[in-house]
Design a protein around this ligand. Structure first.
Ligand code: C5J
Length: 222
């Protein structure tokens, strides 16, 4: 076992690459691409698109280093039987979950907008976790996949910082995983939420984990 070190806040993180996974959260067309659901709601998707290039570099480095790579997608079965009515009805949107949006039915599995952007598309052997909730551990087999590989450390990237990334980091933390979030590989439609989401992770001695950036993680993986 060769331990490596990532420069991070609030302090350096030691990790074993053979027990580390890269988790790419919800880099889906409907959240990230112009003309998708996110933009339809009035959001500036360029804020999210800034993550694509650093995520691409980190993904390439993780694959080259032989890390376990997992992708997630938020979405539901076509009959919406796994979508809590409270989630579907909240916000009273004219066009919400299950409705026909600009890129197909919104947050429904199998639809064009639900899929991962081509720039970060999974390669053979990389599991895709379809999750009905915000957290990647809720109602999925992610924990089982990680435990079977004795994974200890998670590098968590994706969108959005304060919703699905944060929920997943909190869930992972409670399950005993060590999480590091590269700041340029996560984003929010709301700059203030992005800033505070990262502050919250590393506050109080790293209450939920560590914050670093793509370059430092890549340097540690080299
Ligand atoms: C994610 C959301 N992926 N904001 N979803 O963060 O609803």
């Amino acid at each position: 076992m060769t331990l490596k070190t990532i420069k991070a806040e609030p302090y350096e993180l030691e990790f074993d690459p053979s027990r580390t996974a890269l988790v790419m959260i919800d880099m889906q067309r409907d959240f990230v691409e112009p003309g998708g659901f996110g933009e339809m709601l009035g959001n500036d998707v360029s804020l999210l698109r800034s993550t694509i290039e650093p995520c691409q570099r980190l993904l390439a480095a993780a694959r080259a280093a032989g890390l376990f790579v997992v992708h997630t997608r938020e979405g539901h079965r076509p009959d919406l039987s796994d979508c809590p009515p409270a989630k579907r009805l909240r916000g009273g949107l004219e066009c919400g979950i299950g409705d026909k949006g600009p890129m197909g039915r919104i947050l429904v599995r199998g639809e064009y907008g639900h899929d991962i952007i081509p720039e970060l598309y999974p390669v053979d052997g990389e599991p895709v976790i379809d999750k009905p909730g915000k957290g990647a551990f809720f109602a999925t087999d992610l924990d089982l996949l990680l435990r079977n590989r004795e994974i200890q450390t998670l590098i968590v990237c994706g969108v959005t910082a304060e919703v699905c990334v944060h929920t997943t980091v909190r869930e992972a933390n409670d399950r005993g995983y060590e999480c590091v979030v590269p700041s340029d590989c996560v984003a929010s439609y709301f700059p203030e939420f992005y800033r505070v989401a990262l502050e919250m992770i590393k506050a109080q001695g790293g209450i939920f984990g560590w914050v670093s950036d793509a370059d430092h993680v890549i340097e540690a993986l080299a």
